[in-house]
Design a protein around this ligand. Structure first.
Ligand code: ZN
Ligand code: ZN
Length: 294
């Protein structure tokens, strides 16, 4: 890979010269979106199963799909009643984790079942420490084999809680991390429909999405040294937006190019792109709950 990592298609897409998306002053504009969780989990599961076809990580993509399905099935138990709801119910994620393990266990391969059983039997104190490490971004403190399941329970609780609370007013500031829960994004999405062409960052924890103008670095805000990298054509659905100023990158996933694309699913199915871009010296500025950094 030379200046642009992925020949033959790894060229800048001319992002800055594209026609302007609808103005953020349009009546459909919202600085913050909270997708309906049942719909989101169901779209994510379907997309993961679709992307698993012929994929060399097919089993893992199907496991992630099953996790999303179980998260959906647990929504009625996720709570989140008013501003002092599930967000403040310390330990409710622990209840959700037990339910998640119970429902996943019959459907997973034997090695995964072993990890689930270990997680189920983790002493309360240790479980709490592990969860705290995860939410504080100390991913290296948590075994990779159990982290995605813990995260799924924590995320389900937080996502339900932020939807039960009033949406806070949001100023014009553009955030590198989630304005609701402080987590880093999974990826950014270019939307369609009423929000055609607008870019939102999808939160890895509370599953909300916040607006950010296109053609600027989602990490440092610089626009001068952006590059768009992909394995195939410049019209690829998933590209890495890399920044020569802060040397960070995050993927941009275009629903204009594939309306079935979904942040967590499409990001997880394109980890090979991450390997190529990090080999070029860029650091990922977000993370995927199913592929937490070591
Ligand atoms: Zn969030
Ligand atoms: Zn930057």
């Amino acid at each position: 890979m030379s200046q642009h990592p992925m020949p033959p298609g790894g060229l800048p897409s001319g992002e800055a010269s594209r026609p302007s998306p609808p103005s953020s002053s349009s009546p459909h504009f919202a600085p913050l979106i909270q997708p309906d969780l049942a719909d989101l989990y169901s779209r994510r599961a379907a997309r993961l199963r679709m992307l698993a076809e012929g994929h060399d990580q097919a089993d893992y993509l199907r496991l992630a799909a099953r996790v999303a399905e179980v998260q959906a099935s647990l929504l009625p138990e996720a709570g989140g009643s008013g501003p002092t709801g599930a967000m403040l119910q310390q330990g409710h994620w622990g209840f959700l984790l037990d339910r998640l393990i119970e429902r996943l266990a019959p459907d997973v391969p034997a090695p995964v079942a072993t990890h689930l059983a270990a997680l189920r039997d983790l002493p309360e104190k240790e479980r709490l420490c592990t969860a705290q490490a995860l939410t504080m971004g100390r991913f290296d403190a948590v075994p990779a084999a159990i982290a995605p399941f813990l995260w799924a329970a924590l995320s389900l609780q937080r996502a339900s809680a932020v939807r039960a609370a009033p949406v806070p007013g949001s100023g014009p500031a553009e955030h590198a991390s989630c304005p609701l829960c402080g987590s880093a994004p999974v990826a950014s999405l270019i939307l369609t429909g009423d929000r055609q062409g607008l870019r939102y960052l999808h939160c890895a924890l509370c599953e909300s999405a916040w607006h950010m103008v296109r053609a600027q670095c989602t990490n440092c805000g610089a626009a001068a040294e952006l590059d768009y990298l992909s394995f195939d054509t410049t019209e690829a659905t998933v590209r890495a937006e890399s920044c020569g100023v802060c040397h960070g990158y995050l993927k941009v996933i275009s629903l204009e190019r594939d309306r079935h694309a979904e942040a967590v699913a499409d990001d997880l199915a394109t980890l090979a792109l991450d390997h190529a871009v990090t080999a070029e010296g860029y650091q990922r500025t977000g993370f995927n709950p199913f592929a937490l950094p070591a």
